[in-house]
Structure formats: C-alpha cells, structure tokens
Design a protein around this ligand. Sequence first.
Ligand code: RB5
Length: 149
Amino acid sequence: MTIGIASDHGGYELKEKLVKLLKEDYQLNDYGAHHLNPNDDYPDYVLPLAKALASGEIDRGIAICGSGVGACMVANKIKGVRAALINETYSAHQGVEHDDMNIICIGARVVGDIYAQEIIRAFLKASYSGEERHERRLRKLKQIEQGNS
Ligand code: RB5
C-alpha cells in the first residue's frame, strides 16, 4: 500500500514525525510542506495529495492542518476522494470499513502526537467491508458526486 501525506504549517511538526514512523512500514509519498513556513496555505499541499489519490498514485492519504478542517474541505473537492476529519480511533477504522474513506484529515492542534499515531494506525490497518449495504450507500454517494442525484 502506498500512502501519501501532506500538511501546512499547522500540521508540519506532526507530519515530520509521522513521515519518519510510517516510512518504516509503508511506501510513503510526502507532498509537503517540505519546510516550516508560517505563511503557507493548506490547499497548496492538500490538493496535490488529493489528486494523487484520485489518480491512483497513492492508495490512502493523510492530510494535516491545525484543526484538520481546511485540509478536509480541500480534499473533498476532488472527485474520487472520500475524506473525513477524524480525531479519534473508532471513526478512523469505521470510516474505512463502512464508507471506504480514503483520506484521513487530522487536526495537529487538536490531538497529541501519540494519539495521532494511534488514529493513523487504525486508519491504515482498516479495510473496506464491501458489504451490500455499504456498497449501496457508496453508489448513492458516487451518484451525488457525478451530479446525478
Ligand atoms: C493555519 O494557521 C490554520 O488556519 C490551518 O492549519 C487550519 O487549521 C485550517 O483549517
């Protein structure tokens, strides 16, 4: 599984820690920021991450900003992305299992570093169930995305 990660300045320190950790277990693409710039903007990093997910360059994405809110809004603008702001472990795995969430958004100013690691481990270990009720809901979601609702 190839993972992508991106953050603005609000998530930069957490991202750097996660990059070191996740590189041990996964193929990891880092879409920036590549240095700490207090004036940078989250769309500049989250958009390339979201496009990489949509194109199949990566299988799962991690988007981090101060609250996770802006990162999540940007990611969900790209067709094929199913991103959610997750700051606890239950939704981190259930969002994948039921909803096939493919980008997790984290608020670095909301959760501590160690808990963020646990949230991300739960996200990365989870698999989509493929159950009919979940497929049915995803079909409806995709119809909305295509403008056919
Ligand atoms: C940056 O200061 C902050 O606004 C940003 O990281 C994020 O929290 C936006 O949602």
